[in-house]
Design a protein. Structure first.
Length: 318
């Protein structure tokens, strides 16, 4: 995955969902950097598994197995800093030792410390994957490969097909001036059928589609779907090499797989068109509102603008 993509200031679907969830939290995370990185272990595993399924040739380039050589305490801090900077004195100061620098260096030469130091040098620029996640990833991969329907959906064979992986689109809309970006897991162009499928691999704790439907609502995957569909439509209109697809039908399909044993591949699914229509209206409204917040530098949530009195009744059924 592109580090430049994640460090870009453009608005992605995940950023927009963050804004929809809470304006003030969006401001804290993306404007003033007051929110600490909320990257979770499940998100880290999700990225690893995406690479394992979609770009297996890049696994060794991007990831390295954590062999458990980590050294704790001040010596660990010293080793990590020295591996990054090769500055003995700065590493010594950062670690906070009260020993002499000569004594620290003598300790650094011990076998277990040298092993950790070499490990850090060998894995520079890579993400570490734990042994547990490595094992789980392989178990899930076996389950994925044994599911013919899901495997061939993501890896179709035939004439007239074009397959794109992690297609990055930088784009704009005509109703606001925000700069947007999207990275589509896999795009399948079928020139015989004149169709384009956007396939989104999802790792989930859900064992069935009923649970995954709840996850779609909870994590606003409907916003993601409409965001990606509109990104691809813009790309087709504005990229000369893709103009030939203007009359192709575009669909968005989730490919969910459970991260809990026995690692089921759930049935591929899409979202009802009427729900996508609603998501489109919300997506437009949110982008316009986000632009307004940026222009006015007003990030106050609606719930804090109005004095609410009494108890609010929540209806669980529709």
């Amino acid at each position: 995955m592109s580090r430049e993509y994640y460090s870009s200031g453009r608005i992605s679907q995940s950023k927009l969902k963050y804004f929809i969830d809470c304006k003030e939290k969006y401001h804290g995370k993306y404007i003033v950097n007051a929110v600490q990185n909320d990257d979770t272990a499940s998100m880290g595993f999700g990225r690893y598994y995406h690479t394992l399924i979609l770009q297996p040739e890049k696994i060794n380039e991007v990831y390295s197995l954590d062999t458990g050589l980590k050294v704790e305490g001040m010596m660990g801090v010293f080793i990590e800093e020295y591996a990054k900077t090769q500055d003995k004195e700065a590493s010594y100061i950062k670690a906070g030792f009260k020993w002499s620098i000569e004594k620290v260096w003598e300790n650094f030469e011990k076998e277990e410390n040298q092993k950790y130091y070499k490990f850090l040098l060998d894995t520079t620029g890579k993400e570490l994957i734990s042994k547990d996640d490595f094992y789980k990833g392989n178990q899930m991969l076996q389950r994925f490969n044994s599911n013919a329907e899901v495997f061939h959906l993501l890896n179709p064979i035939g004439t007239g097909l074009e397959i794109y992986t992690e297609l990055i689109i930088e784009w704009n809309v005509n109703f606001c001036k925000l700069e947007l970006q999207s990275m589509l897991d896999r795009v399948i162009v079928n020139n015989n059928m004149k169709t384009i499928k956007i396939l989104d691999l999802k790792t989930t704790k859900d064992y069935n589609l009923k649970g995954f439907t709840y996850s779609i609502k909870k994590y606003r995957y409907d916003i993601q779907a409409i965001f990606y569909i509109n990104a691809l439509m813009w790309y087709i209109d504005n990229n000369p090499e893709w103009n030939k697809y203007k009359d192709y039908d575009i669909s968005f399909v989730f490919v969910p797989q459970c991260t809990e044993f026995p690692y089921h591949c759930l049935k591929p699914c899409d979202i009802d068109s009427s729900d996508l229509d609603k998501a489109y209206l919300e997506y437009r409204e949110a982008l316009v509102e986000l632009e307004t917040c940026m222009l006015l530098n007003d990030w106050t949530s609606d719930s804090n603008k109005t004095d609410l009195e009494g108890v609010v009744t929540i209806k669980l059924s529709v």
